[in-house]
Design a protein around this ligand. Structure first.
Ligand code: HSE
Length: 428
């Protein structure tokens, strides 16, 4: 098209997602021009090794090891290197020059999003990161744009495919965590070092980003309470299933009476909850808003082409603004976050106890709950036949502080051999 503005696009990284972004930019150039109103010219791809074989066919002349020169000649920089450095330095360099940046780097945004957003605003550049949360699922733009006229009260997501695959397999086969993790690694669903996924840290980065956008503020990953799934036993999963629940690792951003709570933990969900039906490595995000009511977003949370779809959505959106010379304001005026103390967060709890089966045992346990104002909703007892029993106590809503005191006192009772698990119950 003549008279169409040309935009120079620099791609940093050519891994699973980067290669797919390069493919789409090369294959769909004509259509992308029509959709964005700008000619998108991929000027180069910065990589560590220019002779590595890639997943897709890319002209060799596009590869360079000189990321700085590539960035300095670009209107738009797509950062898909991952990790804090050198990605952070490259993004700052691009924004400082006034180039817009699209990244899928959740770790970087969750740690330094506030500074990078400020840098973008200062230099009239755009910074987008739809691909950083839940892969292909359009969730950040719906939260930041589509729901900008509403009040979000809670966001609750299954945002880590590895852990959902593991918990789903435990639920459907009854297998133990370690066995399912080994299978997930063999199938390529879990990394050789799965710590970031099973420890909840990947989900915590996403929770920080979701909380920041949902509540027009900046929450960083170190402000997210984080607990992973490594302690979940086959018995927990089986007992939850028998009671009509499924265990999911949830990333939660919630506006509570005492401030914003961002937290990640494995929780019981009623099997009929929309998030309860999310199987395998899929992701989903459930949003509660004052006027819209309940919304659910579902799809592939990782993978080359799905994540590239999210990146390309940002590319077209940024290109449209650059083509028309529109200066988009920041998503919202960012307020300083008022964070809730985790001790004040309230949920329902599901507590497993191994106890001595003797007269008065239940009364003593119930009195500990009563002393801390934690009300019991339901209880289930299975007797082992050797003088011990296993109890599962489901509570009404109580604070984390009351829960911690209750657990401490339960552990001190001589009739309680051990507290076998403490899990939260989410969803209505
Ligand atoms: N490791 C993540 C997951 C994908 O298992 O969902 C990238 O965020």
């Amino acid at each position: 098209m003549s008279g169409v503005k040309s935009l120079k696009i620099a791609l940093l990284g050519c891994g699973t997602v980067g290669a797919q972004v390069a493919r789409i930019l090369l294959e769909d150039q004509a259509e992308l021009t029509t959709r964005s109103g700008a000619q998108l010219e991929l000027t180069g791809i910065a990589v560590r090794n220019t002779s590595t074989t890639r997943d897709v066919e890319i002209p060799a002349g596009l590869f360079t090891t000189d990321a700085e020169t590539l960035i300095d000649g670009a209107d738009v920089v797509i950062e898909l290197l991952g990790g804090l450095e050198p990605a952070g330095t490259y993004i700052a360099r691009a924004l400082t020059r006034g180039a817009s940046v699209i990244t899928g780097n959740k770790a970087l945004i969750a740690a330094h999003g506030a500074q990078l957003n400020a840098l973008a605003a200062e230099h009239g550049a755009q910074l987008r990161y739809e691909a950083a949360v839940a892969g292909a699922i359009p969730i950040l733009r719906p939260i930041a744009d589509s729901l900008a006229g509403d009040h979000i009260t809670k966001v609750m997501g299954i945002v880590n495919g590895t852990t959902n695959f593991i918990l789903d397999a435990m639920d459907s086969t009854g297998a133990a965590f370690d066995d399912v993790l080994a299978e997930a690694q063999a199938l390529g669903y879990a990394e050789a070092d799965p710590t970031a996924d099973v420890g909840g840290h990947d989900a915590a980065a996403k929770a920080a980003i979701l909380a920041s956008l949902a509540f027009h503020t900046t929450v960083s990953i170190d402000q997210v309470h984080c607990q992973g799934i490594t302690e979940i036993t086959a018995q927990d999963v089986a007992d939850a299933k028998a009671a009509g629940y499924v265990i999911k690792l949830l990333a939660i951003a919630e506006k509570t009476g005492s401030g914003i709570s961002a937290r990640v933990y494995p929780a019981l969900l009623d099997r009929s909850h929309p998030l309860g039906s999310v199987r395998g490595a899929f992701n989903a995000v459930f949003v509660e808003a004052q006027n819209a009511g309940d919304l659910m977003f579902y799809g592939a949370g990782a993978g080359g082409a799905p994540t590239a779809s999210a990146v390309m959505g940002d590319v077209v959106s940024v290109a449209r603004a650059l083509a028309t010379g529109t200066v988009l304001p920041a998503a919202s005026a960012l307020e300083a976050p008022v964070l809730a103390d985790f001790a004040e967060v309230t949920t329902r709890y599901w507590i497993g106890l191994s106890v001595t089966d003797q007269p008065g045992m239940l009364a003593r346990i119930a009195s500990v709950f009563a002393e801390h104002g934690v009300s019991i909703e339901a209880m289930n007892q299975s007797t082992a036949g050797d003088g011990t029993a296993h109890l599962r106590m489901l509570t009404h809503e109580g604070s984390e502080e009351a829960l911690a005191s209750t657990i401490g006192d339960l552990e001190a009772l001589d009739t309680v051999a051990s507290v076998t698990s403490v899990l939260r119950v989410e969803g209505n």
